[in-house]
Design a protein around this ligand. Structure first.
Ligand SMILES: CC(C)(COP(=O)(O)OP(=O)(O)OC[C@H]1O[C@@H](n2cnc3c(N)ncnc32)[C@H](O)[C@@H]1OP(=O)(O)O)[C@@H](O)C(=O)NCCC(=O)NCCS
Length: 180
């Protein structure tokens, strides 16, 4: 995402239990595991075939805004902050594009608060890099885990809309919002 480039890559970010860093060629296997997982794909268009993912160039994951999340040296997921426009037609600032938060973790890492810890750190980084700028998030309404996480991070509901044949929840986060 071009507009994150002046501040990208960030220095690795340490949290209580995790490390967030830009992605590297060695993360290819972890990305294949993530995107080929049926559980991970449930609300994001389904699992992608491993062979197709394996054929992707290793560099395809390496772009500004993609944080890899490590626990004890192992990749457990990713957090993304990317400027794009795949939300509802009347987004908060449609004229300039908005930064969306995304998160995908391997199923064995769910239920420990790792996603919340990693996303909080990424939002803190973003708030320092782009003071005053809001972040938006779209997630399928049926994706209960994701919605719980969004609310915990301080995203507030703006609207529902239908895309990809499913109802989507659209929320916005502003710097300084308290987290639950
Ligand atoms: C969405 C997703 C990241 C949520 O993961 P998660 O592990 O449920 O989220 P959190 O990090 O907030 O963890 C919350 C859980 O950890 C538990 N937990 C355990 N220890 C904890 C701790 N030390 N701190 C905080 N929470 C803790 C919480 O009680 C909660 O459990 P619950 O789900 O039973 O209520 C995960 O389900 C995922 O990767 N899904 C597939 C990809 C996807 O759909 N992404 C959204 C696209 S928009």
């Amino acid at each position: 995402m071009a507009e994150l480039e002046p501040v990208w890559p960030p220095r690795p970010i340490m949290t209580e239990r995790l490390l967030l860093r830009e992605s590297e060629a060695r993360d290819h296997v972890a990305f294949v595991d993530l995107f080929s997982s049926p559980e991970v794909g449930t609300y994001i268009g389904g699992a992608q075939p491993r062979e197709e993912l394996e054929r992707k160039p290793e560099t395809s994951w390496r772009r500004p805004g993609v944080f890899v999340v490590e626990l004890d040296g192992e990749v457990i997921g990713m957090v993304t902050l990317e400027r794009r426009n795949d939300g509802p037609p009347d987004r908060v600032r449609p004229e300039s594009g908005e930064v969306d938060l995304g998160y995908l973790f391997l199923p064995e890492a769910w239920g420990y608060g790792y996603a919340a810890e990693a996303c909080s750190a990424a939002l803190d980084w973003f708030a320092r890099a782009y003071p005053g700028e809001s972040v938006v998030l779209s997630t399928q309404s049926a994706n209960a885990r994701s919605r719980r996480l969004a609310v915990k991070l301080g995203f507030t509901e703006v609207q529902y809309y239908v895309m990809w044949d499913a109802e989507q929840w659209f929320g916005v986060w502003s710097p300084g919002t308290p987290r639950g």
